[in-house]
Design a protein around this ligand. Structure first.
Ligand code: GTP
Ligand code: SPV
Ligand code: MN
Length: 595
């Protein structure tokens, strides 16, 4: 081990884990640039990181084709009883799961270095921040954690000898025998992958995958699953939400937090540049929001992350110029294609399609190929500080006051472009019934409609019925200070299949309507699902959209909504006693309105 660790709990844990996992070596990270550069150098030497000639200090990695996204079917919330994890989470009793995993962990780091990564979610030392220590045998994880979280020796100083932290144990699950040659992306087969959470002990155990949220444990595992359980105990909120600041031409600031499921537009909305002149949009966060009620009774949000782990395909100067500008240097790319000029490429990038690339599997690819050059869940890891529109207050320990909540998802039919909740309870109803077509962010089928309440189905660390109640309770605490709630759908399609709404920077037109509603400047039409905008109140100036398309986008069809009632009833029924009466009442009222 390279340094002496003073913290007693950490020392004991390092010892226990190293005895179990039997690494060749232990290295405690300090988060320095030198450390990052050294790790990258080794990764280049072993042919794992490919330096990009066109982007300074940027590297491409290719994962194993079996390890390309989160594995929800192998993700567990291990509470003492199954009832505490609830019907939307996989559950195995803690002792049984730990036994299975201990057997897997036994000797799993043989031939490898065990890295100890001290990190802070939120600015180091801020009262809202949480300290985690990830133990991992993946150098790819170390360099990604350097960007996504605040890795630093200051975290260890802050811990002192008695301080507490959230232990996050990770192994790729691929020990090396004497003399065995390593593969480029070692990992375990799917049946040995376990992403496990023990919320009552604030403990995370991950085994078998090196990709994204399975392995960068500060993100979904700590900042959402463990944090959501802490948040409920301590009366705050940990949500799968972007945070943005809009400033009106008059200089008034509005802060918006929006929950869309994975690969449904958070990063894009968070960095959006308004197509309407004189409005300014700044990014506070693109994936996770931690929110607490401030001394003035309003809800304040911080982004606990330090970087963006964003979906590459579809990202372009046309759709998300601020993301593209964040990717000029110091970026890790995973599963993108490599061009002959030594740059990355993915489907949907600006400019001509290259005549030849090496695809994400390392094979030759040409436009005639029938497969994708970049994997649909190819990602970039970029420091948030590199975003040209990062908000100057993004690291403010007290956060920013939220005025507006937005829920949404990918719905090719039925759900209109935007609607507003009648009140808080109705807003919680909209969040609790949110549905979306599945995406490549999880291993599994793509395009299937599923209920994904609050975009938290894969990330809620306890019984989701209790989570709904927590939202109702937070509303009661906030009273008149509660943010207004809206629901959007950028993804409605024509019967022939293309999107009706231009999306991206034009989403700003919808956000402006929301701000006008907050100010009470415009009215709205009451419908069965909520308030709808008056046609003339959505600014469509300069937009090439036909009145017919607009009508289709905003249409609310009672028959189509009625057809979903039984699905909502089934969805609510799985929560049994945990389902709040107030939401059952909302469903009754919805049915009455539908007639
Ligand atoms: P995670 O990082 O998985 O949580 O995803 P995310 O919610 O941040 O989604 P992201 O913004 O990365 O968008 C995912 C995909 O949706 C990309 O391919 C985008 O190009 C596409 N997308 C985002 N916003 C819009 C939009 O307004 N309209 C359309 N049609 N597509 C969009
Ligand atoms: C998501 O799937 O919502 C992500 C990517 O943000 S991952 O970090 O892999 O969970
Ligand atoms: Mn996400």
């Amino acid at each position: 081990m390279n340094i002496t660790v003073k913290n007693e709990k950490l020392n004991k844990w390092i010892q226990e884990v190293s005895e179990m996992c039997q690494p060749d070596d232990i290295y405690v990270c300090n988060g320095s640039k030198e450390e990052y550069d050294n790790m990258i150098k080794k990764l280049i030497e072993s042919g794992i990181a490919i330096p990009l000639k066109k982007r300074p200090n940027s590297f491409l990695f290719r994962s194993d084709p079996s390890d390309v996204a989160r594995v929800e079917d192998n993700t567990y919330i291990s509470t003492p009883t199954q009832d505490k994890a609830g019907p939307t989470n996989n559950w195995i009793a803690p002792e049984e799961l730990k036994k299975t995993m201990r057997d897997l962990y036994k000797g799993c780091m043989k031939g490898r270095t065990m890295y100890v990564i001290p990190f802070s979610m939120g600015p180091i030392g801020s009262p809202i921040s949480k300290i985690g220590i990830e133990i991992s045998d993946s150098p790819y994880v170390v360099v990604n954690m350097h960007i996504m979280t605040r890795v630093s020796d200051r975290v260890l100083e802050l811990l002192g000898s008695e301080g507490d932290f959230i232990p996050c144990l990770h192994s790729i699950g691929a020990p090396l025998a004497e003399g065995q040659e390593d593969s480029k992306w070692p990992c375990a087969p799917i049946e040995q992958k376990y992403i496990s959470h023990f919320p009552e002990e604030n403990l995370i155990w991950s085994y078998g995958s090196g990709y994204g949220g399975n392995a960068l444990l500060g993100k979904k595992c700590l900042a959402l699953r463990i944090a959501s359980a802490m948040a409920r105990r301590e009366s705050w909120m940990a949500e799968h939400m972007l945070i943005l600041r809009l400033t009106s031409p008059e200089g008034k600031q509005y802060h918006i937090a929006a929950a869309f499921p994975s690969a449904c537009g958070k990063t894009n909305l968070a960095m959006m540049q308004p197509s309407i002149p004189d409005w300014k949009c700044e990014c506070v966060g693109d994936d996770i929001a931690w929110m607490k009620i401030g001394p003035d009774g309003r809800l304040y949000a911080i982004n606990p992350e330090n970087g963006f782990f964003g979906v590459a395909p579809g990202t372009s100067y046309e759709t998300n110029p601020m993301a593209m500008d964040s990717l000029k240097e110091n970026v890790i790319f995973t599963n993108c294609a490599l061009t002959d000029e030594g740059d990355v490429w993915w489907e949907g990038m600006d400019g001509d399609v290259p005549t030849h690339t090496i695809d994400w599997k390392g094979n030759d690819w040409t436009p005639e190929s029938t497969t994708d050059a970049a994997h649909p869940n190819a990602r970039f890891t970029a420091p948030a500080s590199q975003c040209p529109v990062i908000c100057e207050d993004w690291e403010k320990p007290e956060g920013v006051p939220i005025d507006i909540f937005i829920f949404g998802g990918r719905r090719s039919t039925v759900i209109p472009l935007v609607h507003e909740a009648f009140n808080w309870d109705h807003g919680v109803f909209l969040g609790s019934t949110a549905a979306s077509e599945t995406t490549a962010a999880n291993i599994g089928a793509v395009g299937n409609l599923r209920r994904d309440p609050f975009a938290m189905k894969p990330f809620c660390g306890y019984n989701m019925g209790d989570y709904f109640q927590h939202w109702l309770d937070m509303g009661d605490k906030l009273g008149d200070n509660a943010p207004k709630v809206f629901y959007v759908n950028w993804f409605r399609k024509r019967p022939v299949g293309n999107f009706l709404w231009p999306g991206f920077s034009d989403n700003r037109r919808v956000l402006k309507w929301m701000c006008d509603r907050v100010e009470g400047k415009v009215g709205a039409v009451e419908s069965s699902i909520g308030f709808l905008p008056n046609q003339e109140d959505i600014d469509l100036s300069g937009l090439d959209i036909t009145p017919d398309d607009m009508k289709e986008l905003m249409s609310v069809d009672a028959d189509a909504l009625n057809a979903e009632i039984s699905d909502i009833e089934n969805h609510f029924s799985i929560f049994g006693d945990h389902m709040p009466e107030r939401l059952k009442q909302q469903l009754k009222e919805f049915k009455r309105r539908l007639g």
